[in-house]
Design a protein around this ligand. Structure first.
Ligand code: ADP
Ligand code: MG
Length: 332
């Protein structure tokens, strides 16, 4: 079974949620009705030692911040603002107290940075390794919530920032090869990501976005989720995927192509969204100084995510299906 099949098993037996459950399983957050005008957003993410982080080289303060950041990214993806956090912490016998102090410092600094309060949690012993589960509750005006399921054929597909840095950074850290200036920058994307909270709020507030989600498993997989939820397909262009200078130079030195990192690399925590064509100017104005927003392709009524060679303009460029080529915990 892969990750999607496991989730649909639970989804199939989830039961009715009643009027208060506006959206259950399947988006970046569950959406609950708070009152007539506002919605609660709830998300949970887990980081496990030796699966999500290597305790030998992931500084504990950055890990504390990252545990909050990855959840805040899901709140941002729905257009919301984080309010409360709950930490479930599993520690092995003989854990290192100074490590824990630094982790807790990073976590509370991140809660302040993103505007939420740690309001509870749970502390348990594990057989082996550290396990961090964070639940974050956020809030969004009901008329600004942004789902994955509302993309329309003809929409342009946008991403924020650049793609593939975190995956390349993880590879360099794992190889003990992140010492160069470019390497340190890429490593930082993996160790200490920053969710696009301000940008997402402005995009949702501007109400120009049709569908939005965050990029945690690579654009090939995440866009596939967005398309399936929306009942659409998509075409993206290889030459439009934005890649950073450090990634290009690092790939060049390693004799590698940037494309697999940009297409399938996880943990960028950038925004992926769609909007009607013709809204480009207004969207770029909303982005303000948050900078780079790139159109990478368009939504259509076929099925699957197809990668076209080159950039738009060429007639019938070669295409290949890249649906779900990104990260899956259970793919062999
Ligand atoms: P994200 O990458 O945005 O955090 P996931 O891929 O982890 O989202 O999850 C996709 C959807 O499936 C979310 O709505 C999430 O709440 C739900 N989900 C994931 N695992 C489970 C599970 N074990 N039981 C119920 N729902 C789950
Ligand atoms: Mg998400």
């Amino acid at each position: 079974m892969n990750e999607r099949e496991i989730i649909s098993l639970f989804n199939g037996s989830a039961g009715p949620g009643g009027d208060e459950l506006v959206r259950g399983i399947g988006d970046d957050c569950a959406v609950l009705r708070l009152d007539g005008d506002r919605l609660w957003l709830v998300t949970v993410d887990t980081l496990i030692e030796s699966v999500h982080f290597n305790i030998d080289w992931h500084p504990p303060r950055k890990l504390g911040r990252k545990s909050v950041a990855v959840n805040v990214s899901d709140i941002a993806a729905m257009g919301g603002s984080p309010r409360f956090a709950f930490l479930s912490l599993g520690l092995p016998q003989g854990f290192d107290p100074p490590w824990l102090e630094k982790f807790s410092q990073g976590l509370s600094e991140a809660c302040r940075e993103f505007g939420c309060t740690l309001a509870g949690g749970d502390t348990v012993r594990t057989v082996e390794g550290v396990m961090i589960t964070l639940t974050v509750i956020g809030e969004v005006p009901a008329d600004q919530v942004t789902y994955r399921s509302t993309a329309l054929p003809g929409d342009e597909i946008w991403v924020s920032g650049t793609l593939g840095n975190a995956a390349a950074g993880l590879e360099l850290c794992t190889a003990g090869d992140a010492g160069s200036e470019d390497g340190l920058l890429l490593a930082e994307s993996h160790l200490n990501p920053t969710p696009r909270l301000g940008l997402a709020r402005r995009l949702a507030g501007g109400r120009l976005v049709h569908a939005m989600m965050d990029l945690s498993d690579g654009v090939a997989t995440d866009l596939s989720h967005l398309c399936i939820r929306s009942g659409t397909g998509a075409v993206i262009y290889a030459d439009l995927l934005p890649v950073s200078g450090p990634l290009q130079r690092t790939a060049g030195k390693m004799g590698k192509d940037c494309l697999p990192w940009a297409l399938t690399g996880g943990e960028d925590y950038e925004l992926l969204f769609t909007a009607a064509p013709g809204q480009g100017g207004a969207i770029l104005r909303l982005a303000e100084k948050e900078g780079l927003l790139t159109r990478i392709g368009y939504i259509d009524a076929k099925s699957g995510v197809r990668l076209a060679e080159g950039r738009p303009g060429r007639q019938n460029p070669p295409q290949k299906d890249v649906s779900f080529l990104g990260y899956d915990h259970f793919r062999l």
